[in-house]
Design a binder for this molecule. Sequence first.
Ligand SMILES: *Cc1c(COP(=O)(O)O)cnc(C)c1O
Length: 373
Amino acid sequence: MSSVSARSVPFFNYPFHFIRDEKAYIETFRNVGRRGAFILQKDLEEFEHALAEFLHVKYALGVANGTDGLMLAVRAAGIGTGDEVIFCSHTYVATAASIHFVGATPVPVELQADHMIDPESVEAAITPRTKAIMPTQVNGRTCDMDALQAVADRHGLLIIEDAAQALGSRFNGQCAGTFGIAAATSFYPAKLLGCFGDGGAVFTNDDAVYERLYQLRDHGRDREGQLRSWGINSRLDNLQAAFLSRKMESYDQEMARRRQIAEIYQDRLGNLPQLQLPPAPEADDRHFDVYQNYELQADQRDELQSYLKQHDVGTLVQFGGKAVHQYEPIGFSQKLPRTEAFYERCLMLPMNTSLTDNEVDYVCETVRSFYER
Ligand SMILES: *Cc1c(COP(=O)(O)O)cnc(C)c1O
């Protein structure tokens, strides 16, 4: 441990991005504020274009947050009362809530070894009411979309991606958020591309779905301001869009650095038999993972977590420590043994671009010293 000088590593450093580029963000605020350009202005449009171009998708539309984005995507895909939508229970409750709040039934299924939705469990959960599969592109990885699309095709189902954790992640060269009928992502501050508050976006390649989304997020109004349908207010603030455009400029470096940190974790922790690490950056040519999180499985997980806490290393068990179907107040009755076993072992180490190599080393040394005591 002698070369490691870091002694404290928080799980996430919320002020980091703002402080690093404070002058530029204040300048952006001044510029937007002086124009009085707060709602549905050119900064939002420019950001939406940049986002669509980055993902190689026909349309991107800013919304108030990722959860709204998912709900509007499900609704715009024509899903509603009486329909069932299959999702992986290893996700945030927002995935299920977006299905619930259009009147449909969310049906949870198991994860597989890479923490992603298990296509066999999906197939087993299909009923005559199933309308769609909603995979979560969790931790910055994109599912094996070939396998999932094959299931969807066999049963005539739509795919709607929860890409809240996966901006820029790719499978076979194609970006998360561009595979199905529609998808959504989140700009929550701790997400890969975070804004300074709440924000989200929806994506689609389908003209009719885009038109419905466009109206849904702004009171049912079309481009001329004419009321065309029922809608809500779920607009991305123009100011947040301006901040996000600025942040997008360095997003390639952001992804590269996260992959580099994952590489260090792999190098330093890969030989510990007590851990199962997530797939390494170069493990599979088909996957380009961007590591929203570094989620591993650990023997003596709870003891490891308190040991790390004693040594000032912040960690987190994702989604409040339970899979969605394990939360009794929202009424699921399914038993998913593999997912439940996973939640006894899963833990996230710090993963973000505020981390120095030295801090990553300190995390690794501390984890190693726990098992080598
Ligand atoms: C963050 C997140 C969401 C919700 O995004 P918000 O912008 O916070 O509404 C949905 N799904 C997953 C998997 C997430 O991680």
